[in-house]
Design a binder for this molecule. Sequence first.
Ligand SMILES: *Cc1c(COP(=O)(O)O)cnc(C)c1O
Length: 391
Amino acid sequence: MITIAERLQKLPPYLFVDIRQKMQAAQARGVDVISLGIGDPDIPTPDSVVESLTHAIQNPKDPDRHRYGCDSPVDDFPQAVCDFYQHRYGVPLSDDQVAITLGSKDAIVKLALGILNPGDIGIAASPGYPTYNIGHVFASATTYYAPILRKNNFYVDFDAIPDEIKRLAKVLWINYPNNPTTATADLDFFQRAVEFGRQNNILIAHDNAYSENTYDGYRSPSILQVDGAAEVAVEFFSLSKAFNMTGWRLGFVVGNPTAVNAVKTVKDNIDNGSLRALQFAGAKALSITDEITPPINAVYQRRRDMVVDALTDSGWDIEKPKATIYIWAPVPQRFNGSSRAFATALLEEVGVVVTPGLGYGQWSEGYFRISLTYPDSVIDEAISRIRDFAH
Ligand SMILES: *Cc1c(COP(=O)(O)O)cnc(C)c1O
């Protein structure tokens, strides 16, 4: 008999599979289901980036265009990463501080495999992206969840982390602008995170997936802006949400050379790098960020206002987020704080899919997440159904 590994048995169920099953069941009963569940941009990748890809893949002058990305790397991409960090954050990066990745989800797990031994502890801010824990599980390490709570600005409360955990932990995962809470961080918090890492020999892994999805003129900082941050910190950047490139699988990790090199070593042994044409296009996207992000963010900002204004009108207490592509809202009182009960009832009664907070850990119970990555007409319809339902 064929059996699966224990590590797969230890994985929590993938949140969106459960939601997809419930959606299909409701559809089978004849409910007209619309979803605001998944954070996967509906707006297409900017034309100039797509053109750069098609040009590169068709370029007869590049005899290596079909080859393994790792064997014939595109120097333009790491160079574009360095230029981007300099221009965007005023942070200079050296060659040994940059690794190109197949998106951040993949790179997060590869960093875990590259730095954790069996039995080690990793600290994951919670609520948070489930992949941090999954990286730990694949590396046979254990997750300690550090709650990020509204009363603390959704920051990690470093003093509340037990000494034993500080001693045993090798990595702390944080993410600002944050999925799912939409919280942002200032440099002062990043400074404290770096200090915590330095004092306890813990790598601070900052997942910067939403740094370019910002509104009302807000600019999100990089943890590498903190003096000496690269001694203990790495930052994951993804082209996915910034430039509507989720399917392209492109990102990079920058900062601490030991950690960056650990990711490179795992990559060399597993993925063989990204297609060259993708790397040329990635470099292009980074070089024209200032041009391509404003129109993308204008769409999300408009949708954000549609959702928050409508929910506020019906008595919801939510602030307009400065960043991310989500709205994070408390479940109505009659559900006694159960996000699963709310999400299930919303789906079954009015056919709207939202993501229950519980999927992001126990500390996000009582909330649900709406994603703004759906056309305005879908958002409009969903919001009017939510209003009717909540009344
Ligand atoms: C979407 C997302 C990612 C993954 O992005 P990819 O680069 O597409 O793998 C990572 N972290 C967070 C918090 C995300 O929401």
